[in-house]
Write a protein that binds this ligand. Structure first.
Ligand SMILES: Nc1ncnc2c1ncn2[C@@H]1O[C@H](COP(=O)(O)OP(=O)(O)OP(=O)(O)O)[C@@H](O)[C@H]1O
Ligand SMILES: [Mg+2]
Length: 567
């Protein structure tokens, strides 16, 4: 059953069916006039470039020969389905696809556009000479007669006024556009030869009148490099009097392009953010080769990555990159037979430390992907158990149990320092959370009360002395808090500790609850109450002793004095 280009495009771009249909509707029939301009906008990595390129390529075939528009596998798959593909590729292109970062002056835009519309064959692609020399590429058709006719005609075209020259200003560009639109192409000529049909001299053939599209990707750059060109491009159809349409692709809204003097407005088409199911469907297509039997596991992993990262990272390319880097680590214990495929919780625990690392180091570009994957793989091969279930920075338990350095999670002492670029009050919230997680609540009064049981105001020194009396002398006699790991604490208790250790008024504009939420999203605090429970929220502190010590040092807070039974 033949599949239409539209269906192929829908399959190639999950979540973009509506936009593809809108673009196809905008283009209409090849020879029908289109509106003069279209503006496609949306955030980064939403498929604007890929969808427009693949749609034009699927509908118009061929494609531009620009270095910036190397066709990807999706569009080549679509193109391969096209009936007219081979023939089209040898014809002057119906569209030019320019990247405004590469074409950073009006002249570059004009000349690249003309170059692509003329679509010289690759063998001739050697600078500007390519435009003027006669080309002798064979048509590859079995019909020698037709090929000979085409070759003769080409020679004639080569000496026509369309020979390459330069194009320096808008007037010349408009003139060039007219010439390009008026030039009869091979398809017309081959048709004429075969059908013995000679159009009346001066008449415009069906193919000659087909719409040409000038696509300018990353068009926001035009505002800096060629601001005066924007109103001209919007009116190109009117200025040339030909069926030519300009498509701008950008991440910004049209209002930011508008000139003060006014001008034509384009039709605006917005590419919205992908939903979770769309993102998962897109990422699901990237299943690594040879992992077909682990498809279920892969989809579960993609789902997990989306849930963990989507709040901080909306960029599809970034999430894709994270999935590609983290999936081998996720699947490693399964391959080694240490964890079964269905043991989702164990797998989750195993990958958690890597997630935090990826978020801190990779997403913030502190280290490169290669460096990161080298480090993670070497740690993973060193000891899997050391990483499993550990807290950020190695975990309080990992630290005291005297685990060798290589066994701990990936954070080194240097990294610990880097991680703590937190705001001032957030640092104290984290310290308070650590204290609440590791100190028994019964000792809060002794450590943090502002007034003593006798009613006198407690100084820092008296608080610490009182706590020592009841705490540190019992070292070794009971199970040490440190070995038990972090315990859940109510937010209210943590806030009480926070206000106590701060010893100063918190500024009014500081939203403590937002900062707690940020720490939860950074996985430094872990919420243990279900999401649907809104009051009496409990959290656990998920950072290591080593890390909190560094953090406390940076705020000149002596945390050791407030920790019960810690060393
Ligand atoms: N719906 C989709 N289906 C499959 N792949 C997609 C989809 N959307 C985006 N992609 C892929 O994501 C990558 C980024 O897409 P693209 O470059 O087109 O985004 P963009 O919107 O042009 O971003 P930018 O504004 O940064 O240029 C490409 O590899 C593209 O193939
Ligand atoms: Mg793009």
């Amino acid at each position: 059953m033949a599949t239409s280009p539209r269906q192929l495009l829908h399959e190639a771009f999950p979540g973009r069916a509506k936009q593809i249909d809108q673009i196809l509707g905008f283009m209409g029939k090849p020879w029908a006039s289109t509106p003069p301009s279209l503006l496609i906008n949306g955030n980064s990595s939403l498929g604007k470039t890929a969808v427009v390129k693949a749609t034009l390529s699927a509908v118009l075939g061929g494609g531009s020969s620009s270095s910036s528009s190397s066709s990807d596998s999706i569009s080549s798959q679509i193109r391969s389905e096209q009936h007219l593909q081979d023939r089209r590729r040898r014809l002057p292109s119906r569209y030019a696809f320019l990247d405004c970062v590469e074409c950073h002056t009006p002249r570059l835009i004009f000349e690249h556009a003309i170059y692509q519309f003329r679509n010289p064959p690759p063998s001739q692609d050697k600078g500007s000479k390519a435009f003027s020399s006669t080309h002798t590429t064979t048509t590859g058709t079995s019909d020698n007669k037709a090929a000979a006719t085409v070759s003769r005609k080409r020679k004639r075209v080569a000496t026509s006024p369309l020979d390459w020259n330069k194009c320096e200003n808008v007037n010349e560009f408009v003139e060039w556009c007219r010439k390009i639109c008026d030039t009869k192409d091979e398809l017309d000529e081959v048709h004429e030869t075969h059908d013995n049909h000679r159009p009346v001299s001066g008449s415009i053939s069906k193919h000659q009148n087909e719409t040409r599209y000038l696509v300018l990707d990353r068009a926001e750059r035009l505002r800096d490099t060629a601001p005066t060109l924007i109103p001209v491009l919007m009116r190109l159809q009117e200025l040339t009097g030909r069926n030519i349409c300009v498509i701008l692709i950008t991440t910004i809204v049209w209002e930011k392009f508008r000139s003060k003097t006014g001008g034509y407005e384009p039709i605006v088409l917005n590419f919205p953010q992908y939903t979770k199911s769309e993102t998962v469907a897109i990422l699901g297509r990237d299943l690594p080769e040879g992992e077909e039997e682990n498809m279920d596991l892969y989809m579960r992993f993609v789902d997990l990555v989306y849930d963990v990262f989507q709040r901080n990272c909306k960029d599809l390319n970034e999430i894709r990159h994270l999935v590609a880097l983290l999936f081998p680590l996720y699947i490693k214990p399964v391959k080694e037979g240490k964890i079964q495929k269905h043991e989702g919780l164990k797998l989750h625990r195993h990958i958690q430390a890597y997630f935090v690392e990826a978020m801190d180091k990779l997403y913030l570009r502190e280290i490169s992907s290669t460096e990161w994957s080298d480090r993670t793989l070497s740690v993973a091969s060193g000891s899997l158990s050391g990483v499993s279930g550990s807290t950020i920075g190695g975990g309080a338990g990992g630290h005291v149990s005297g685990a060798p350095g290589g066994d701990r999670a990936l954070t080194t002492a240097l990294d610990v320092q880097n991680v703590f670029d937190l705001p001032y009050y957030t640092k104290f919230i984290l310290i308070a959370s650590f204290l609440a997680s590791y100190n028994p609540p019964r000792l809060d009064m002794r450590y943090f009360a502002k007034v003593s049981s006798t009613g006198s105001k407690m100084t820092k020194r008296s608080k610490v002395a009182a706590a020592k009396k009841h705490g540190h002398d019992s070292m070794g006699s009971k199970l040490r808090q440190q070995l038990l790991g972090p315990k859940p604490f109510p937010i209210e208790r943590m806030l009480a500790i926070f206000y106590s250790i701060l010893d100063e008024e918190v500024e009014e504009n500081v939203n403590v609850h937002t900062q707690i939420a940020s720490l939860v999203s950074l996985r430094m605090l872990q919420r243990v109450t279900p999401m649907d429970k809104l009051d009496s929220i409990k959290c656990k502190c998920n950072v290591s002793y080593e890390m909190i010590k560094t953090l406390a040092k940076s705020t000149r807070f002596e945390i050791d004095k407030y920790l019960y039974d810690f060393s």
